[in-house]
Design a protein around this ligand. Sequence first.
Ligand SMILES: [Zn+2]
Length: 119
Amino acid sequence: MPVIAFVLVRTVPGTSHELIASRKIKGVKMAHSVFGRYDAVLVLAAKDLEELSKTIYEVVEKHPNVVHTETLIAMPYPPREVKQPLEKPHTVISFHCPSCHHLVEQGSTICPFCGYVFQ
Ligand SMILES: [Zn+2]
């Protein structure tokens, strides 16, 4: 399962561009200096978590001007489907609007078709 990670990095002021140069490294898909609480954001892609941590080490951890990092690992997409037992056919209890005779779901207080207010 391929892994994508967003690495938020805080660097020593004025050095985030050094980190951006790492976009040449294999596994680094994007690298940008950013405004905000972090100085740079990197997008990494790896074939698994092991490779990802190697890339993070290569790019970030051993970088002398990195002060702080936060790594956000993307959820696999699409999310793995949870097998549901076949849904039982369910009956929606409904009644006819006395005004327009449309079928209206039980418990409605107002007819969605004509606006008739049920007592
Ligand atoms: Zn109606």
